[in-house]
Write a protein of this length. Structure first.
Length: 272
């Protein structure tokens, strides 16, 4: 009887902790806290942007992602005309920033961007750059015809707005036809800058903002703004975006003073 009594006494003692253990284990098993960060819910936005915006937008990316931890910005930099064609062909893009209004207008006309969800964001200007250690004197566009200038770099006029503006300016000054043998075309404005930096071209047409990013070139002259169409940078939300709210938020942020101050730092002007 004593033995039986001891056994019955021990049974509840041994089962009580087991029940407690089950209760303790049951609490973390659903682990709702483990999914609180939900990394799978992070939204990635694809921003197709003119190559000349590279440095400014990379700085904006840093500050934007710090404040919006659920957003990851993926940039697709290139010539505005090429980016326009990509969007027309259905390539993924949430926001488009062009270095020319004509590329944005083309997408609005094809109803790929809503006219009410795009606006001119920035202004730039065209300059002629030469290598920082260059020996050829270029003080006016007419100097490009001199024997010392063997190569003049410009963006491909059909797809690169900077090249289109350069062609316009050279046509206005009646130099375009005479310079054909010297012209070297780049796939975007950054490639044009590289041609001049490396000495593969004695001069090149780029934006003022691009010239400011390089220690290897110097501005020979600012191209007369009367000889080319005003350089305006529109931004717009692509209708096909799968993240309309997040795209709209970033589009709105680009128009804030915080973002505009970054653009100004890199040499852009804000429209009045």
């Amino acid at each position: 009887m004593v033995f039986t009594g001891c056994a019955s006494t021990k049974e509840p003692v041994s089962t009580a902790p087991a029940a407690t253990a089950q209760t303790t284990q049951a609490t973390p098993s659903p682990a709702p806290a483990a999914t609180a960060s939900t990394p799978a819910e992070k939204v990635e936005l694809t921003i197709s942007a003119a190559a000349s915006l590279t440095d400014a937008l990379k700085e904006i990316q840093t500050s934007y992602e710090v404040k919006n931890k659920q957003i990851k910005l993926n940039y697709n930099f290139g010539a505005s005309g090429a980016l326009q064609q990509q969007i027309e062909q259905g390539a993924p893009a949430d926001v488009f920033l062009s270095a020319a209004t004509k590329n944005m207008k083309a997408l609005v006309d094809k109803q790929l961007i809503d006219a009410a969800q795009q606006k001119n964001l920035l202004i730039n200007e065209l300059v002629l750059v030469v290598p920082a250690d260059g020996k050829v004197a270029v003080q006016k566009v007419e100097d490009l015809t001199s024997e010392g200038v063997k190569h003049v770099a410009i963006g491909e006029p059909q797809t690169v707005p900077a090249g289109s503006y350069a062609k316009e300016a050279l046509t206005q000054t009646k130099l375009w036809d005479g310079l054909q043998a010297k012209i070297v075309q780049g796939k975007d404005v950054r490639q044009v800058l590289t041609y001049v930096e490396s000495g593969n071209a004695e001069a090149g047409f780029v934006y003022k903002t691009d010239a400011l990013t390089s220690q290897k070139v110097k501005v020979a002259l600012s191209v007369d703004s009367k000889t080319y169409t005003p350089i305006e940078y529109p931004a717009g939300i692509v209708k096909a975006t799968k993240h309309s709210k997040e795209a709209a938020d970033f589009y709105a942020y680009l128009q804030t003073k915080e973002a505009q101050d970054v653009f100004v730092k890199y040499g852009f002007t804000i429209p009045k």
